[in-house]
Design a protein around this ligand. Structure first.
Ligand code: GLV
Ligand code: MG
Length: 363
């Protein structure tokens, strides 16, 4: 197989298309709020949501009925043309590459609203070939439309083959912005035996060993603690590593039990701790959860700034509250401090909270 020369990745794939980016901007995207542009009630609320959420995403794929596919596409064009999105990003999720709708999605959206679309989410990505297809098509459409900024691609990790190919997907194009976990489609594709959209399952657990009686016999019917395990740990961790390797961003995906805000917050926090930068929101109340979870806490930032101040030039080791801190823990703290700065720049309420933290001596 002949490989493309590294330098050629940064040439546009069509004459006149914008030059590919060399780095994906770290724009805050704690919540990607999904709306159905064919649902007029939902669509009418979108302009008022600008500034209240990091990303608004016009969904054209699953959850939009086949009869409404065209109305959704046209609705998205109308909303995008009529709305000034200010600091809020506009994304869309196009239909799957094997569907009869996706070609019209791309050939309609790019000329009509390509200057407003930041990211196109591509579902059910299987391998690099899917990204190459969209990459070239976007370049042709951008060139034709005279766009000056490349539209980025975000892939949903929701097929077994996609998970197996996750690294080549991340590295398939300089347009790759990030990946989301798609737990519902992935469960179906893998033939997992769940019937939920994301989250845990009471059957996926580990159980404490049985206590023993005086003769040493196991009391298997005795009360024993059980702990639910995280069905998504493996895939999220694999996704985070692939994204970090390629300088792009990992996200959790949908959490379908809208009423269970507690378990939703837990799922989001697991993803945040493992390295994800954001998640999807399927209901306005999930926006608040995502914004809270994917913003470092005031306590973490206070601690991180203390470590940064104490570590001086960043080498050596210091003791803080009985714990050893060194170059590596400093680097972890800097991840949080940098993220806090990016978020404070777009979230005045958060900025106030971070600004109110007492500055440690020497900082
Ligand atoms: C999202 O699209 C999912 O399938 O979970
Ligand atoms: Mg899906």
């Amino acid at each position: 197989m002949s490989h493309k020369s590294p330098k050629d990745f940064f040439r546009p794939l069509a004459v006149g298309a914008p030059a590919p980016l060399r780095e994906i901007p770290a724009r805050p995207s704690r919540a990607i709020h999904f709306f159905d542009p064919s649902n007029e009630k939902m669509a009418a609320k979108i302009p008022a949501m600008v500034g209240t959420v990091d990303v608004l995403l016009g969904n054209l794929e699953d959850a939009v009925k086949a009869d409404n596919k065209e109305a959704a596409r046209e609705g998205l064009v109308r909303i995008a043309q009529a709305t000034d999105f200010g600091p809020t990003q506009l994304w869309t999720r196009i239909n799957a590459l094997d569907s009869p709708w996706v070609l019209d999605d791309l050939t309609t959206l790019v000329p009509a609203i390509g200057d407003k679309l930041d990211v196109i989410m591509v579902p059910k990505v299987q391998g690099a070939e899917d990204i190459h297809y969209v990459d070239r098509l976007l370049a042709q459409l951008e060139a034709k439309a005279g766009l000056t900024r490349p539209i980025l691609i975000h892939a949903i990790l929701e097929t077994a083959r996609g998970v197996a190919n996750v690294e080549e997907i991340c590295g398939a194009s300089p347009r790759m912005q990030g990946l989301s976990l798609g737990p519902a489609d992935l469960a179906a594709d893998r033939k997992m035996k769940t019937t939920r959209v994301g989250g845990g399952h009471p059957g996926y657990l580990v159980r404490q060993d049985p206590p023993r009686d005086a003769e040493g016999a196991a009391q298997i019917d005795a009360q024993r603690s059980i702990f639910q395990q995280d069905l998504w740990h493996y895939t999220i961790a694999k996704m985070v590593d692939a994204c970090a390797t390629h300088g792009i961003y990992p996200y959790y995906g949908p959490f379908g039990d809208i009423a269970d805000v507690v378990a939703c917050e837990d799922q989001f926090r697991n993803a945040f701790l493992l390295g994800c930068v954001g998640t999807w929101s399927l209901h306005p109340k999930q926006i608040a959860i995502a914004n809270r979870v994917f913003s470092p806490s005031v306590e973490d930032i206070a601690h991180a700034r203390r470590v940064v101040a104490a570590m001086g030039d960043g080498t050596g080791a210091v003791m803080i509250d009985g714990k050893m801190e060194d170059d590596a823990s400093l680097k972890q703290c800097l991840v949080l401090v940098d993220l806090a700065e990016e978020l404070a720049a777009i979230d005045p309420e958060l900025k106030k909270q971070y600004d109110a933290i007492e500055t440690p001596e020497g900082a």
